[in-house]
Design a protein around this ligand. Structure first.
Ligand code: SF4
Ligand code: SF4
Ligand code: SF4
Length: 254
């Protein structure tokens, strides 16, 4: 079987997604027989190279991110937005709420000389993205399924159900009953409800489900006497640039 050339890139993020790729490959060494890793800081080669699949994590924040992403797109047959930052801004997108200068002041105290784009953008604001693997980071089993599908030349699709579906199927007690804001009902499944499993509410790191019913979710919060003001704060963590926050801020109940 022909080897697939895989490249891994990190724009601005924590690079946890890069580690997730290594973990996934370590878990399934047989897959490595069918892959050729062409680019990755982890193997010591960072410049964009021709590849069949490029996994790109991190959001676009600096001028260097912007230029690198465009070059990656030109050199990659399939471009995968890997993780929440790349898929929809994720944690870095929180910066836009306080502004660039204030964020720099808080983090560095003074201005570092890094040319930036002025706003935080997910990859698909700038280039065509072929697949999205959301999560912070995406679970390694999902990455494995993705790679297997690519080797078999099959399409990959994300689950079209919310985290609640997996939560309920594992018999986990619902955190809404404890008065906690849990974004499980509006978040894409695939993580096996790992946070509620450990009594931590879902923060929506896998992004909103396709068939979003924010009105139903708001009704459920109301039934549990949970304020939707709190909801807005939760959405700002991972879903800053996504539909639920935009709809909520516009006062809609779609
Ligand atoms: S999605 Fe999470 S793990 Fe991946 S780079 Fe962003 S912050 Fe790190
Ligand atoms: S704990 Fe969260 S994910 Fe689980 S059923 Fe309740 S709302 Fe859904
Ligand atoms: S439960 Fe929610 S926050 Fe936790 S991993 Fe799953 S999608 Fe992410």
């Amino acid at each position: 079987m022909k080897k697939i050339r895989v490249a891994q890139y990190s724009l601005t993020g924590c690079e946890g997604c890069a580690i997730a790729i290594i973990n996934a490959l370590a878990r399934i060494p047989k897959l490595l027989d069918h892959l050729e890793i062409t680019t990755s800081r982890i193997i010591g080669y960072v410049e964009p190279r021709e590849a069949d699949i490029a996994f790109v994590d991190g959001a676009v924040i600096t001028q260097h991110d912007l230029e690198t992403l465009k070059e990656i797109r030109e050199k990659s047959k399939i471009l995968v937005a890997m993780g929440s930052c790349a898929s929809f801004g994720g944690i870095p997108a929180m910066r836009d709420d306080i502004g660039f200068n204030e964020a720099v002041r808080i983090v560095y105290g003074s201005m570092p000389n890094i040319p930036h784009t002025g706003k935080v953008e997910p990859l698909d604001y700038i280039v065509k993205v072929d697949y999205v693997l959301p999560g912070c980071p995406p679970p390694d089993w999902e990455l494995e399924i993705f790679l297997r599908n690519m080797l078999l030349e099959k399409k990959f699709v994300l689950p079209d159900k919310p985290v609640c579906f997996e939560c309920r199927s594992h018999g986990i007690p619902c955190l809404l009953d404890q008065g906690k804001v849990c974004l499980g009902p509006i978040t894409t499944a695939g993580c096996e409800a790992i946070c509620p499993l450990y009594n931590v509410p879902c923060y929506g790191c896998r992004g909103p489900i396709e068939e979003l019913r924010l009105d139903k979710y708001l009704e459920a919060l109301e039934e549990h006497n949970i304020s939707s003001d709190k909801l807005l704060e939760e959405l700002k963590i991972f879903m800053n640039k996504t539909k639920p926050r935009i709809i909520l801020e516009e006062g809609g109940k779609k």
